[in-house]
Write a protein that binds this ligand. Structure first.
Ligand code: F58
Length: 831
């Protein structure tokens, strides 16, 4: 339809209440929203009212850009990136949107003139949408920010979980999970699209029919669920582009199953509705190990099906057939969670749009690209064939057909090599048959990528070796990045101001490589003083906030040594704890020891069913409880656990860190992105040669990075030679004594058994080689302690770290995806 409707007034120039970016316009809009949307006058408004009025004021300004973008993209007919991700860890919207709109300062002035507590409204009030577990979900959010900033037409598709990642409380040192009711107060950032809904089928059976000589399949499902779209605009920084994040909510097609209702089975009828809506109730809080739950497969299929149906709908608005669908869309599979999309697009093309196999397969294979985020064997997703048969019978048929055709190709290429055929198959035939989702994603994609050089190399030489031999050109590395808008400008305004001053403009915010200009100041002692003052101010902010919200008391003059990320054995928070106990023992044995005063700060959630990870949290808190209250230690060592690590709390932590702990066993962390966030904010890294640490060290220079530990190759060699962790203890009295001290009950009120699952596991198995790396880590930490004492040198290293972080902007990552994988270019949007 060619619209003749234009916006009520022409935007900015007219100082319209909904679009004006002037201070007066913002004030007017704010009061207006408080009055007409919240129904309040200022004197009686609650903090929520004040926040909502601010949010709607900003949202109006985004909507204008969003609508303009939609129109410009449609007119340009440009290639569109569809990012398919089961998780988006967005973080609070308000401050980020103010920054991206370029009106933070004006809004602050407007707020001051209205007598509002601006920081309270903008920083404190907002509940963040916790629709992700950790790195993978946050990466999707950074990429949405960069896509819009680089003006690439893009849609993020995902799930609107009613309950996101749980809130973490710490009680008596233990993690306690509380459900996250983020929608309780309403969500001003989303627009429900009740008319934009698609049916998604489950279960039942299939039936073949002969359609004029062509075999066609009909799926007769036994359950249909509706997916309803909820749209959130994602603004680019410094441009007028706004992209779309479309999340799907599950609803029952009718509120009651009338048949059950009429037969008197009222509860049965309501149950159908409840079952349908359960699909998008809750985010699975698992870290790496695979959940294997039926509901999880339902979630995956549900959001993928809605998204593909939506893409087809959009496409058919301007095309007669689907023949060139793959030219319009590049769909990125964020890990294997959306991999069922390969079979679903085939089904839609074959069964719903009457296409033949070959053209349908050509379109499918040219639409998808796949990112792998992990090498951990337990995290590689597989689903039992039996579950598929029960839930998605038609998809199983399609997967078998894809597999037959694929394995025929393999057999022709590798005559007689049936072992290879079995390794490549989409079906794992060992024991109970399972569908290998990474294989489905690889076969159905035109590109596969890892997320850091080392990770991609390992991917190609281990889990994907056979595929890499088959299709070497399909494999790429795209090293992860993070958005400097959220992780510098929003999180660390003082540092941002200093950068802008040195760089002479705000260009660095769009082109992080500009930070190189800081190098010239690295040795300038006056500048170093200002640099250090920025860091100390952030440390003070963190200390004050912790004092307000927890019982932790920390001293900003000490070295802040921070490890914040999901709690997992491979990330080795317990190695960090062993270091703390080592220092504690040394100090007890020698109270005059001249130790660098340190505050160890931890943050991170453990998956609720991951007992060892939860025990690590308890150990951190238990060690803290003893050390923090030991008068002999007198504050030289302190341990703080920051509860409920999420994007919002991360924003307080990254600017305040002096030392960033990136100490995973080499070969296990695919990339890591916290490592980048800390370094961009001036922390130095202590780390292994794992994930993106390798590239960070290359960029910042080996003199400005604290390296320790076995390399990925050495890890493999040690394992191959037979690793016996007890031998590490036997060769190292101090290590042995540290473990014994944990077992002595000192940290557990005399309970000598409490931490045995941890210490016993370390002594007997130590799957992540904590003990093998212990001595190297302790020595490296000693070097850190010494380095801190020369603050001139430390500040220099800190400045150089930041100056050389340009590579780790997500803008660089997205530009690489656009050039090398998606072949997508910008569309300039002008209001
Ligand atoms: C993370 N994966 C990697 N998975 O561990 C990290 O190295 C990498 O930097 C990051 O992806 C981005 O590439 C990760 O966060 C999850 O959270 C999954 C969520 C769904 C269940 C399985 C784990």
């Amino acid at each position: 339809m060619n619209t003749i409707i234009t916006p009520p007034t022409n935007p900015a120039s007219m100082d319209h209440t909904r679009t004006s970016l002037s201070k007066e316009g913002l004030k007017r809009a704010y009061v207006d929203n408080l009055f007409y949307l919240q129904g309040r006058f200022p004197e009686v408004a609650t903090p929520l009212d004040l926040y909502m009025a601010a949010a709607y004021t900003v949202r109006d300004r985004m909507l204008e850009r969003w609508i303009c973008s939609a129109r410009a993209y449609r007119d340009a007919g440009a290639r569109t990136v569809c990012y398919l991700s089961a998780e988006y860890l967005l973080g609070p919207h308000l401050a980020n949107n103010l920054i991206n709109l370029g009106i933070m300062e004006k809004a602050r002035e407007a707020g001051d003139e209205l007598g509002l507590d601006f920081d309270d409204i903008v920083v404190e009030s907002e509940e963040e949408p916790g629709l992700g577990n950790g790195g993978l979900g946050r990466l999707a959010a950074c990429y949405m920010d960069s896509l819009a900033t680089l003006q690439i037409p893009a849609i993020g598709y995902g799930i609107r979980y009613e309950f996101g990642i749980f809130d973490q409380l710490i009680q008596d040192g233990w993690q306690v999970e509380v459900s996250d009711v983020w929608l309780r107060d309403g969500n001003p950032w989303e627009l429900p699209r009740p008319k934009l809904r698609f049916g998604v089928c489950f279960g039942g059976r299939t039936e073949q029919r002969n359609d004029n000589g062509r075999m066609r399949v009909r799926w007769l499902p036994d359950l249909v669920v509706n997916g309803v779209a909820y749209d959130t605009p994602i603004l680019g920084y410094g441009v007028d582009n706004a992209n779309l994040l479309r999340l799907w909510k599950a609803e029952a097609p009718r509120s009651f199953d009338f048949q059950s209702f009429n037969t008197g089975d009222y509860y049965g009828a309501v149950q159908t509705k409840v079952d349908a809506e359960n699909i998008t109730k809750v985010l699975y809080p698992n870290d790496e190990p695979q959940a294997g739950k039926e509901l999880r497969l339902k979630q995956q299929y549900f959001f993928v099906s809605c998204s593909l149906q939506d893409m087809i709908r959009l496409y058919l608005r301007s095309h007669e057939t689907l023949d060139d669908f793959h030219l319009k869309f590049a769909a990125q599979l964020n890990d294997t969670h959306p991999a069922i999309a390969v079979a679903e697009l085939m089904r839609l093309l074959l069964d719903e749009h009457d296409m033949d196999w070959d053209p349908a397969w050509m379109i499918t294979r040219n639409t998808f690209a796949f990112t792998n985020h992990t090498l951990l064997p337990e995290a590689l997703e597989t689903w039992s064939v039996a579950l598929f048969e029960h839930l998605l019978p038609r998809h199983l048929e399609i997967i078998y057909e894809i597999n037959n055709r694929f394995l025929d190709e393999v057999r022709i290429r590798y005559l007689g090599d049936e072992a290879r055929v079995a390794r490549l198959s989409l079906i794992d035939e060992h024991g109970q048959k399972r569908v290998r989702m990474a294989h489905l994603a690889t076969v159905g994609s035109f590109a596969v990528n890892g997320v850091a050089e080392l990770h991609t190399g390992l991917l190609k030489s281990t889990v994907m070796k056979d595929f890499c031999e088959l299709w070497p050109d399909r494999f790429h590395n795209i090293t992860n990045g993070v958005t400097p808008r959220r992780f510098i400008v929003v999180s660390n305004p003082r540092l941002a101001a200093l950068m802008t001053e040195v760089c002479g403009s705000e260009e660095w915010i769009r082109n992080l490589a500009c930070l190189r200009r800081l190098e010239a100041y690295a040795g300038d002692e006056d500048f170093q003083q200002r640099w250090q003052a920025v860091k100390t101010a952030a440390k003070r902010d963190l200390a004050n906030w912790l004092a307000r919200t927890t019982d932790a008391r920390i001293d900003p003059e000490t070295l802040f040594d921070v490890q914040a990320k999901r709690i997992h054995e491979y990330k080795r928070q317990h190695l960090n704890v062993l270091h703390i106990i080592t220092l504690y023992r040394r100090l007890k044995a020698n109270p005059d020891l001249d130790l660098t005063p340190r505050t160890f700060i931890f943050g991170g959630k453990a998956a609720p069913g991951y007992h060892l990870a939860k025990l690590i949290i308890k150990l951190i808190n238990a060690v803290g409880a003893v050390i923090n209250h030991d008068p002999q230690i007198n504050g030289t060592l302190r341990v703080a656990f920051l509860p409920n690590f999420n994007v919002k709390n991360g924003q307080r932590l990254y600017p305040a860190a002096d030392l960033s702990e990136q100490i995973s066993m080499a070969g296990k962390e695919a990339s890591g992105t916290g490592n980048m966030k800390f370094s961009m904010n001036g922390a130095l890294t202590i780390g292994t040669l794992d994930g993106a640490n390798v590239e960070i060290r290359e960029e910042v220079g080996e003199d400005n990075f604290f390296l320790f530990g076995l390399t990925a190759d050495e890890v493999q060699q040690r394992l191959a030679a037979g690793y016996h962790p007890r031998e590490c203890c036997e060769g190292d009295e101090e290590l042995s004594a540290v473990l014994d001290l944990i077992d002595s009950g000192l940290f557990s009120h005399g309970d000598t058994g409490l931490f045995r699952p941890l210490t016993g596991n370390l002594r007997d198995h130590d799957p992540f080689m904590v003990l093998a790396d212990f001595r190297a880590y302790i020595d490296c930490q000693e070097a850190v302690g010494h380095a801190w004492r020369d603050r001139v040198h430390w500040n220099r290293m800190s400045i150089l770290n930041v100056a050389r972080m340009g590579k780790f902007s997500s803008d660089r990552s997205i530009q690489e995806y656009c050039n090398r994988i998606w072949k997508a270019g910008p569309v300039d949007v002008r209001l």
